[in-house]
Design a protein around this ligand. Structure first.
Ligand SMILES: *[C@@H]1O[C@H](CO)[C@@H](O)[C@H](O)[C@H]1NC(C)=O
Ligand SMILES: *[C@@H]1O[C@H](CO)[C@@H](O)[C@H](O)[C@H]1NC(C)=O
Ligand SMILES: *[C@@H]1O[C@H](CO)[C@@H](O)[C@H](O)[C@H]1NC(C)=O
Ligand SMILES: *[C@@H]1O[C@H](CO)[C@@H](O)[C@H](O)[C@H]1NC(C)=O
Ligand SMILES: *[C@@H]1O[C@H](CO)[C@@H](O)[C@H](O)[C@H]1NC(C)=O
Ligand SMILES: *[C@@H]1O[C@H](CO)[C@@H](O)[C@H](O)[C@H]1NC(C)=O
Length: 463
């Protein structure tokens, strides 16, 4: 079982106290909406959906963030453009709606049968109908990553309830990458672009670890370099350490923003560049195996020890929280996200091909379900021929960043002129949704301007 398991947002921590403060400071409060647990078959159970709400002018538009896999505060914090720019400018009522089965929006009994995108969209629909101050209130939905997939699906399924959608870094086509090559290929590209030896030296580190996994006399040294909480006692722990490093490198590529951030703990500006400066530009002749590994340990510390308070690491800790369980269920049923690593020349990681049949078997073992590969393209039209199947879709922006590992599953060609694809040169994961910053590249400033112009058309703004 060696597929790299990466949630779209690697959840290393949950909403902190500061985040709670932030939504209060921005004029938001918490509201819970009780909706049917089962909108479709009429199971009588109910579920309470947490929403962060700001009430605007009754004549203003309604802007909704379609929550993704995690506590809603996390997405509030990452969507400052909506909170601090668009909401106030249009006097909008703004709602960040939590996704069912995440954060505080849990069912009374953990029956995963009601965790699917159809039920989630119906939660959004019911809450939107309650929040509209008038029948004619214009509505725009926003989302990043899986939340962006949901905002696009919402416009596809409920065009009568929403005037347009901003789907940022939404990997709607990820499932088509059957061998799961793209995600880690693009991650590698980010490190390679800083300078090629950065990626090659990281690859050397993984080769050394693959080798050391077979040589138990190295394990004490490895335990010490990587500050593991308990000494390494098996090859499989060395392999788990490699996955732990891969996850860190991928997460920093997603979060390669041009200014310091506090998403997964504190990260410096351009963490990929910083990692490469740690790894070093040196090449073969002056290489030293232990020095290479020390570099990797220091890079991992950027993200796993960002507060400087971690005393040791647990790379083979396989404990799961509710976010992991709910998201893995979703990838085991509707939303298969293949991801493997293939080594040079595909990527800088160890060779761990995506193994669909092992994934399929583990899904059955954990949840009693098999991935259904047919349902998703039928349900939303994101087939390989989406240019045709979505020819009548309108008022959706699909934006993607050239530095974002998930661009591999993003739409690159619009199905028609009423749908816009916007590439953000140098952009990491949903950079456009973040609060504008003076270090933003021109590409994201232009992307936001185009998006804002379209939003004004959709809501009939004549301000
Ligand atoms: C927003 O609402 C305030 C108070 O109702 C009003 O004074 C202001 O003109 C509105 N702004 C816009 C852009 O409509
Ligand atoms: C980071 O690396 C990229 C290459 O991917 C480069 O374009 C950019 O200028 C670098 N940024 C800094 C601050 O070094
Ligand atoms: C985390 O960072 C602090 C401060 O730099 C350091 O003292 C500590 O050893 C680091 N922890 C690990 C596990 O490396
Ligand atoms: C987690 O790891 C422990 C010890 O390594 C193992 O016994 C257990 O089966 C693992 N659990 C899962 C869910 O993989
Ligand atoms: C998943 O495994 C089950 C049982 O082993 C099998 O019937 C099913 O065809 C597999 N699914 C796919 C898509 O291969
Ligand atoms: C759907 O798209 C086709 C092709 O662009 C166009 O001819 C047709 O008028 C559209 N239908 C509707 C209902 O918009």
């Amino acid at each position: 079982m060696n597929w790299v398991s990466i949630a779209i947002l690697v959840a290393l921590g949950s909403a902190s106290q500061t985040e709670d403060m932030l939504y209060l400071q921005a004029g938001y409060f918490v509201e819970h909406f009780t909706v049917p647990l089962d909108h479709i078959n009429g199971d009588p159970g109910l579920i309470s959906i947490k929403t962060l709400l700001h009430i605007g002018d009754p004549n203003g538009p309604l802007f909704v963030y379609t929550g993704n896999e995690g506590p809603i505060e996390d997405f509030f914090y990452m969507t400052g453009w909506l909170v601090y720019t668009l909401g106030p400018y249009y006097n909008a009522t703004v709602a960040f709606i939590e996704h069912r089965y995440y954060g505080d929006s849990l069912p009374n009994q953990m029956n995963y049968a009601y965790l699917n995108t159809d039920q989630v969209l119906l939660d959004f629909a019911q809450i939107i109908m309650q929040l509209k101050s008038m029948e004619s209130t214009p509505v725009v939905v926003f989302g990043g990553s899986y939340g962006g997939m949901l905002s696009a699906y919402f416009r596809i399924k409920f065009p009568h309830l929403v005037d347009g959608a901003i789907a940022s870094s939404a990997p709607v086509l990820e499932y088509l990458d059957k061998e799961g090559i793209g995600l880690m290929y693009q991650t590698t590209q980010d490190y390679f672009d800083v300078y090629p030896n950065c990626a090659f030296n990281i690859n050397d580190g993984f080769n050394i670890l693959d080798n050391f996994a077979q040589n138990s006399y190295t394990w004490n040294g490895l335990s010490s370099i990587f500050q593991t909480c308990t000494p390494i006692t098996s090859s499989s722990q060395v392999l788990a350490l490699e996955d732990w490093l891969s996850n860190a490198l991928e997460a920093m590529a997603q979060l390669n923003y041009p200014y310091p951030t506090n998403v997964e703990g504190y990260l410096p500006a351009f963490p990929v560049n910083v990692s490469c400066s740690i790894i070093g530009v040196y090449s073969s002749p002056i290489k030293n195996m232990w020095r290479t590994l020390q570099g990797l340990a220091k890079v991992a510390g950027l993200i796993y020890n960002s507060t400087g308070t971690t005393t040791c690491y647990n790379p083979w800790d396989n404990s799961t929280d509710q976010t992991d369980l709910s998201w893995t269920y979703q990838t085991c049923s509707e939303l298969v996200m293949p991801s493997g690593t293939y080594g040079v020349p595909y990527d800088m990681f160890p060779v761990r091909p995506w193994d669909f049949s092992a994934f399929n078997a583990s899904c059955y073992q954990t949840y009693g379900v098999y991935p259904n590969l047919e349902w998703y393209p039928i349900n939303y039209g994101f087939t390989p021929f989406y240019v045709n199947s979505l020819k009548n879709l309108s008022n959706v922006v699909f934006s993607w960043g050239s530095e974002d590992p998930w661009q591999t599953g993003c739409l690159k060609e619009a199905p028609n002129n009423n749908v816009r694809v916007i590439g953000i040169n140098g952009g990491a994961h949903h950079l456009d949704l973040r609060r504008p910053n003076r270090n933003d590249p021109q590409s994201v400033i232009s992307a936001r301007n185009s998006e804002q112009g379209l939003i004004e058309q959709w809501i009939g703004w004549s301000g």
